[in-house]
Design a protein around this ligand. Structure first.
Ligand code: UDX
Length: 437
């Protein structure tokens, strides 16, 4: 068997694990994917994905013959040597990453195992060393994940870089992992284990810092009459800065940034180092979503009894993921001010409904906007760009919108009679009533 066609094992078929399993199958590998949740395994075996990720379900069905989904660890261990660990590491109450699922997986490997443990789960730097201490002789590679939700299949197939971290003695294991990714053509960076772990945490923390930075710039832009879109465009033309992750808005969410920024801050704190910058990054992000409330109050005064429509709930478009979504805090803040909250999301409404049980879920954007005193664009779903804003203005009790992602065209909205508030740009107030004759 050629090394690039070596069978691949995947432990934990959440979002990272499923994308990894399906994409390796697409590259021609036999894949055995194991999860402890029988319903998930059954659904995947039927070709139905458990998450919303563009292109994934079709790819799963196309490669169904090459992928086995199982609840049995023994089946995985019998059939694959290279084992990708993709279990989740959610934050605990202390803000540290919860490694209990990772530890369980390590315990499930037999003592004399010749398997290679490839850590895809995001773990604090130092985790690899502690696993290697406990399990001397177990080949260990850190291969952190950089996929973005919504474009995960594309990101997997076209990586900017693949980081392969291994310590002395595990060169063979590192070469086997690198060989799996070689057909994809991205740069493969070999490091030691601790550095690979830090690359993941530092990359996410840096991107989150960029977002909180541009959000603070946006807040200053509002005070001085500048437009953050133009400021970001001008900054981004400097190759040292780069244009990505400079979109101002109501803050970052999702399964990675909030968790990883907090985990890095706590990791530093546990060593006695106070990572001051990340403390500010987190606080700016927390406050940014709350600024929507004061923007609404500026126009409406008290929010008691006001009907506010949230357009979008997911933490970003093209996903149904509600983890750490800004909409959760925003809905609670609005309700805390006495507002009645109605919401629409084309994909995440089901998941969101379980978390926001006092929020009315509308079946369409127009249904949410009907009779509303204001709208807040929370998630930049494409369909919101094509709404007929003249029609929307006529339906709303007051055509007022806070564009939390600077997604809409303020000029077109003003022409449709809207009062408009973006993030980091000049607000458009209600047209003054025409003077009598
Ligand atoms: C992120 C990392 O990008 C990815 O490399 C890592 O593997 C997992 O975490 P993801 O959480 O899927 O990916 O989403 P991403 O597209 O990075 O966006 C994260 C959040 O930041 C979203 O809430 C998004 O709305 C927000 N964001 C992003 C901004 O507010 N402004 C930006 O300029 C970019």
């Amino acid at each position: 068997m050629s090394p690039e066609r070596e069978p691949v094992g995947v432990i934990g078929v959440g979002w990272v694990g499923l994308v990894t399993a399906v994409c390796f199958a697409e590259l021609g590998h036999e894949v055995v994917a194991r999860d402890i949740v029988p319903e998930k395994v059954e659904s995947l075996a039927r070709g139905e994905t458990t998450i919303h990720e563009p292109g994934l379900e079709e790819m799963l069905r196309r490669n169904a013959e090459r992928i086995t989904f199982t609840t049995e660890m023994s089946e995985l261990l019998d059939r694959a040597r290279l084992l990708f660990v993709c279990v989740d590491t959610p934050p605990t109450y202390s803000g540290d990453a919860d490694l209990s699922r990772v530890r369980t997986v390590v315990q499930e490997l037999p003592e004399d195992s010749e398997h290679v443990l490839i850590m895809k789960s995001t773990v604090p730097a130092g985790t690899g060393h502690s696993i290697r201490r406990d399990r001397a002789g177990l080949p260990y590679v850190s291969c952190p994940e950089f996929l973005k939700e919504g474009t995960a299949v594309k990101d997997f197939m076209n990586p900017d870089r693949v980081v392969v971290g291994a310590d002395a003695g595990d060169e063979g294991a590192a070469a086997a992992v690198a060989a799996l990714y070689e057909p994809l053509g991205g740069e493969i960076l070999h490091t030691d284990v601790a550095s690979a772990e830090m690359i993941k945490l530092a990359s996410n923390a840096f991107l989150a810092t960029k977002i909180s930075f541009i959000n603070e710039i946006a807040n200053v832009c509002e005070e001085v009459g500048a437009d953050v879109g133009e400021v970001a465009a001008g900054m981004g033309l400097d190759a040292r800065i780069g244009s990505s992750f400079l979109r101002a808005g109501i803050g970052y969410g999702g399964s990675c940034f909030p968790k990883d920024v907090s985990a890095l801050k706590m990791l530093a704190g546990n060593t006695g180092y106070h990572f001051q910058l990340l403390t500010a990054v987190i606080e700016v992000n927390e406050l940014q979503k709350r600024r929507v409330v004061s923007k609404l109050q500026k126009h409406l005064g008290s929010l008691i009894g006001k009907r506010i429509a949230l357009l979008g709930l997911a933490f970003k478009p093209d996903t149904d993921d509600m983890r750490e979504a800004s909409s959760l805090v925003l809905a609670a803040r609005l309700q805390g001010e006495g507002a009645e909250v109605v919401a629409y999301d084309p994909v995440a409404a089901g998941r969101a409904g379980e978390m926001l049980d006092s929020v009315e879920m509308a079946a369409s954007a127009l249904a949410a906007l009907d009779g509303a005193d204001a709208a807040v664009l929370v998630t930049e779903w494409g369909e919101f760009a094509t709404l007929d804003w003249n029609d929307v203005a006529a339906r709303m009790a007051r055509p007022l919108i806070v564009d939390g992602r600077n997604f809409l065209d303020p000029k077109a909205l003003a022409e449709a009679g809207f009062e408009y508030e973006g993030i980091g740009k000049t607000a458009i107030d209600a047209p003054a009533p025409a003077a009598n004759g």
